[in-house]
Design a protein around this ligand. Sequence first.
Ligand code: GLY
Length: 298
Amino acid sequence: MNMLLSTWSFSESILNTVATKLGNSAGALDLVETCARMAEADESIDSVGVGGYPDADGRCTFDAAVMLSPSQSGGVCAIERHQHPVSLARLVMEKTNHTLLAGPLADVFADEHGLESVDILTQSSKEKWLKWKEDHQPTETLAPYDTGTGKLFGNHDTIGTLAVDARGTMAGACSTSGMAWKVPGRVGDSPIIGHGLYVDPKRGAATATGHGELISGVCSSFLVVELMGRGASPIEAIQEMLERVEHSYDIESEHQVACIALTPDGQFAGGALRDGFTYVVCKNGPAEVKSPEFVLNP
Ligand code: GLY
């Protein structure tokens, strides 16, 4: 089997390119890393990598994680000088005995491993920030909303990609520039194992997108994988996680939590707190944009 699953419709062209470029023999980790790298390099995606929304002081910071199994994961958060946080997260997994590196010292670790240091604050990010400073544009404080055509409106969100390769290996990756206009220093769910991403080859994989604080509060990705390990289908597991979020928080209009999940034998589903989420599936053919199978509050 060779299957890729990824959040938001901007992933459609990415999955098609990666499936064509890397082909059926590619390993799951290479597949998910390449998908995240493409999103990180695409300036038109304003929630991942370059072109992303800055924090309240006009500074861009990136978070990312990769995971193969409970004993093989890596993440980086609040990095400021490297374009591909997902590759840095992979280096943390492969070259250290640690799980998470943070801030300027994570950038130094990247330098030491030969990753090019760049200015990640693009002109377009700077202009978005200046405009926000001027008039606090309301659209970018709204929950992320995907029309299904590749453009995501609203505050922010994450590319999360899950794969099972032809050898049956599972992997996941996620990457984000975080919440627009965040308090400097804020880190969301994406780089934290079990929050924005979790992979257990015996139980399955899940990745979450949306409001990081709500996702973290219920350890969303871990919860979904754990429930699948106890016999829930992907959709049942996502539904239970979303109900847990709803019971734990006063849900406000800017809140969205969405999740995709995949079992080792290729069953999958997507779900969300509210309308406006899409995900993409690619399995032996062109990528297909899908509406979530479950929406808690349509
Ligand atoms: N889900 C991305 C974030 O909240 O940072």
